[in-house]
Every structure is written in C-alpha cells, then in structure tokens.
Design a protein. Structure first.
Length: 202
C-alpha cells in the first residue's frame, strides 16, 4: 500500500516536472527548428530595386493578415492603378447618368449606349485588376500571417531608393504557439508547487 502511494506521488511529480520543462522550453526557449516553423518576426524586402512610394504603417502599429505595409514606385504599376481608379469613377458617373436617362424617358439608343459604356469599363477593370494583382507581388508588401503582428522597425522613408532584397521593415508576429506554452508553463509550475504543498500537509 505504501509503495503504491509513493508510486502515485512520484508519477504525478514526474508528469508535472516533465510538462513544466516542456512548456518552459517550448514557450520561453524555443529551439531553432521551432523558431523556423513558428517565426517570432519577419523581415520584408522587395524583389526589385526602386523608390519607396508609400508606407501604409508606422513603427508600433498593430497589423493584421492582408494589411498593406509598403509600396515602391513603378510607372506601369501606378498607371494601372490610376486607370482602374479612373474607370471606377466613370462607371459610377455612367450608372448615375443611366438612371437619370431611364427616369427622364431618354431614347432606347441613348440608354443602350450608356449600358454598353458601363459594360466595356467593367470588363476593362477586370483585366486591370488581374494585372495589378500580378504586379502586387513585386511592388507591394502585404502581411501574410494568420494572427497578425506589430511593426517593430522601419529602416526607410518615403522617397528613399532601395536595393533588391534590402530589408525595409521588420514585423513582430503574434504566435499563439508560444503564448499557449507560456501559459501552460505557469499552470504546470504552480500545479507542481501546489502538489508539494499538499504533500507537506498530509
């Protein structure tokens, strides 16, 4: 009976010690392998050299998955974006004109002309959107991380010239992996302390 009780005590102590050590190592002192799998920060750079057109963030900003961070100037890229914006304005104006034409009893020919104009602009914008999306990877940096993060450091400013693969900014990432193990480390350590206190009392 005495042996059985001691075996249970030592098993609980061993289990809590193991879980505490594992949680501390995983949460507070992760290995290189774990850091590579769950990075705590990420450095951003462009695949092309150029001039910083715009930063969408400042140091200390909380950023979320999909947020724009920085953009470099490119004549083709800017032209496509401007044309897309211009088309959107023309579509809105044409739709308003179409609504007024219908309400005011305009001729079928005039109404059809407005409808065709809207259709042409919308088709053109679909094509422009595809081209912009392709160039986004080259000239626009976005955050791609499920839990978001915080802008840690920005090394450049608007108008600065940059080189290919030069680090522009660093974002500290929020990782549920580390926060979970940090929380578990407190739970297991205090559970072990509580268990030792309980053993002292009995």
């Amino acid at each position: 009976m005495y042996f059985k009780k001691n075996l249970i005590k030592f098993s609980i102590i061993f289990l809590l010690s193991f879980l505490s050590t594992l949680s501390i190592l995983r949460g507070w002192f992760p290995s290189e392998k774990i850091l590579n799998r769950y990075p705590i920060s990420v450095q951003f750079s462009f695949l092309e050299k150029g001039e910083i057109n715009k930063f969408f963030v400042i140091e200390g900003d909380r950023v979320y998955n999909g947020d724009k961070l920085c953009e470099i100037y490119n004549l083709e890229f800017e032209g496509l974006k401007n044309q897309f914006s211009k088309n959107n304005k023309n579509i809105k104006m044409s739709k308003k004109a179409l609504s007024n034409a219908i309400n005011n009893g305009a001729t079928i020919k005039f109404i059809r002309r407005l409808e065709n104009r809207i259709k042409v602009l919308e088709i053109e914008n679909i094509s422009l959107e595809d081209k912009i999306e392709i160039l986004n990877d080259k000239f626009l940096i976005k955050l791609n991380h499920e839990f978001g993060g915080k802008v840690k450091k920005i090394f450049k400013k608007n108008g600065d010239q940059i080189h290919k693969n030069e680090t522009i900014l660093i974002v500290s990432l929020y990782q549920s992996y580390y926060s979970t193990f940090k929380m578990l480390s407190f739970i297991f350590v205090f559970s072990m302390i509580g268990f030792f206190y309980f053993l002292k009392k009995i």
